[in-house]
Design a binder for this molecule. Structure first.
Ligand SMILES: CC[C@@H](C(=O)O)C(=O)SCCNC(=O)CCNC(=O)[C@H](O)C(C)(C)COP(=O)(O)OP(=O)(O)OC[C@H]1O[C@@H](n2cnc3c(N)ncnc32)[C@H](O)[C@@H]1OP(=O)(O)O
Length: 249
């Protein structure tokens, strides 16, 4: 694959985002490749656990690729494109095995949404993470806000989405978005556990989740994000990003 690397270590699938030169931003090719990966793992009876990480030291994922997911998309085009990635996140969140995001670097926007689709998150000391969409004139486009309500308290979710700021790993740990902070995140959590153990624990974990309600909340979020996609504030934010990078040459 061009933008995603998939390895399998004793039935633990490790998916590594592989666009480090673009801070692992999610472009259309990566969406397609993630869809293919999820379609495979969803039905893999041998699967014990699912790990999501990324190449490079700087970023786990800088969100949607602002060249692909630009402001000129119509509401309908934005909804269709955002929905593809939303369905990937929903499938990750409802996999029948434990899922773990090993955050090799910062996560921003959709990168936080993607990490939040996993059951658990381990980050690195000193990194930062932010649902920054509010500062870009939009809201999470892949249903990540709805997922966040499943991971941390409603009040902290509400606050983070409205603050739209980057949080240091220590703060992300305090609010319960990170479960661990380490200099070298790994998935030894799963070591020595059988498929039966791991799948049962995930079955128990999913019992508290109303999957239909989550699906509907995620879809509603994508629809609202699409309504905002062509807004002046969003177009200006994207232009500012282009201009910033143009100036830097
Ligand atoms: C649908 C997605 C939507 C959602 O649902 O919520 C979102 O994800 S909204 C959030 C979108 N993401 C962002 O706004 C982040 C944009 N990027 C940045 O702010 C900065 O790049 C950075 C992440 C803070 C890193 O800054 P810095 O260390 O100064 O590196 P560069 O800016 O030079 O980036 C290196 C390289 O990567 C490219 N890049 C980074 N982020 C993106 C992106 N989101 N889309 C496309 N490309 C991205 C950047 O352009 C540089 O490449 P070159 O220009 O080729 O050098």
């Amino acid at each position: 694959m061009e933008t995603v690397e998939v390895t399998n270590e004793k039935d633990i699938v490790i998916v590594t985002l592989d666009r480090p030169y673009k801070r692992n931003a999610v472009n259309r090719i990566m969406i397609e490749e993630l869809k293919q990966v999820i379609e495979q793992v969803k039905y893999d009876e041998n699967l014990k656990a699912f790990v999501l990480t990324a190449k490079g030291e700087d970023a786990f994922c800088a969100g949607g690729d602002l060249r692909d997911l630009h402001g000129e998309l119509s509401k309908e085009e934005a909804f269709a494109l955002l929905s593809q990635m939303r369905l990937v996140l929903y499938d990750i969140a409802t996999l029948p095995v434990p899922t773990l995001a090993l955050l090799n670097g910062e996560a921003r926007g959709g990168g936080c949404e993607l990490a939040t689709a996993c059951d658990l998150r381990i980050g690195k000391n000193g990194d930062s993470y932010g649902f920054v969409q509010g500062k870009l004139g939009i809201i999470p486009g892949w249903g990540g806000g709805a997922l966040l309500y499943e991971r941390i308290s409603s009040e902290e979710t509400f606050r983070w989405l409205m603050r739209s700021e980057m949080l240091k790993s220590s703060e992300a740990l305090r609010i319960g978005w990170l479960q661990e902070v380490s200099d070298s995140p790994d998935f030894t959590l799963f070591s020595g556990k059988s498929k039966e153990q791991l799948r049962f624990w995930k079955k128990q974990f999913l019992k508290r989740l109303n999957e239909q309600r989550l699906y509907e909340m995620m879809e509603e979020e994508t629809r609202q994000a699409s309504e905002l996609w062509g807004s002046k504030a969003h177009k200006e934010a994207i232009q500012a990003f282009y201009d910033r990078n143009q100036k830097r040459g």
